[in-house]
Design a protein around this ligand. Structure first.
Ligand code: PMP
Length: 290
């Protein structure tokens, strides 16, 4: 992945992709002092760019890191990187981390670095699975309690749980894993939020210890526009047997139907398909009035 052509924006400058390196004593690598974003560009425009940039700043603040740029500067840098990379549709990855100027848990005077890399990532899951829905494992590790970790931050350290869970799921032949929270309630997937459908109504876990995803909020808005009832509540895994449809949503995953979670089966129904189409329409750049 590091041997590509193109450029990466790093601390205010464009550097060749292959030269965008960090030192092995980077604090972010040793102690997890990093936060990031995942955004998608459609038709040359980054969907909800400022919301993502604001979340990057909020995540950094939760990890006691002050980004040495403004939100507007990072927005502009994302747009300029997209232009230089020359993609209309692409995935955008801003990342912030503590540098290598100090070693140890405390590293108050390390530089806060920012980089933006953009590449083409057309489909997060196998597109041939969209008809039947992807298959999810149920992860062993749980989302931590907000008293245990900054669970609302898109922090690199929290993704350790996700990578372990996703690797385990993939080895068992699943596409991804659904994670419970520390109380045993249904939480989310390793990189996406989750929704269920029963009797024409939509149920989704209350995001009190995991990311309230930008896609999640967009899809809730689209569902409500169609007069669909969206219920945010605690969902127990035992309830999964009673749901008819399930789908997961995220910037990378967009709206992906789920066919199975462990022993539970779901059909890919009209409501899931409709919201998928609504979302794919919503992300397209709006034609500006002349
Ligand atoms: N949960 C996790 C763990 C994620 O990594 C993501 C992707 N950022 C989401 C939820 C969905 O967030 P968003 O819709 O803002 O991409």
């Amino acid at each position: 992945f590091d041997q590509r052509e193109g450029v990466i924006w790093m601390n205010g400058e464009f550097v060749p992709w292959k030269d965008a390196k960090v030192h092995v004593l980077t604090h972010g690598l040793h102690y997890g002092s990093g936060v990031f974003e995942g955004e998608r560009a459609y038709g040359g425009e980054i969907f909800k760019l400022t919301e993502h940039t604001q979340r990057l700043f909020d995540s950094a603040e939760m990890l006691d890191m002050k980004i040495p740029f403004t939100v507007a500067e990072i927005d502009a840098a994302c747009r300029e990187t997209l232009k230089r990379q020359g993609f209309a549709d692409a995935y955008v990855r801003p990342i912030v981390w503590r540098g290598s100027e100090m070693m140890g848990v405390a590293a108050q005077n390390t530089k806060i670095n920012v980089a933006i890399a953009i590449w083409q990532w057309p489909s997060y899951f196998d597109p041939t699975q969209l008809e039947k829905g992807i298959r999810l494992d149920i992860a062993e590790f749980r989302r931590p309690d907000p008293m245990t970790a900054p669970s609302k931050a898109k922090a690199v350290g929290l993704y350790m749980i996700c990578t372990i869970s996703k690797h385990k799921a993939e080895r068992k032949g699943y596409a991804d894993a659904m994670m419970l929270d520390w109380r045993g309630q249904v939480a989310e997937c390793t990189g996406a939020n989750i929704f269920f459908v029963k009797n024409g109504e939509i149920h989704t876990p209350t995001p009190d210890c995991f990311l309230d995803g930008i896609t999640r909020r967009t899809v809730i808005g689209l569902a409500q526009k169609r007069q669909l009832k969206v219920i945010e509540r605690a969902i127990m895994p035992e309830e999964l047997a009673g749901f008819e449809q399930c789908f997961i949503v995220g910037t990378a995953a967009e709206v992906t139907p789920v066919g199975e979670i462990g022993p539970y089966k779901f059909s890919v129904g009209d409501l899931t398909r409709t919201l998928r189409v609504d979302y794919l329409n919503e992300v397209q750049p709006k034609k500006k009035a002349a």
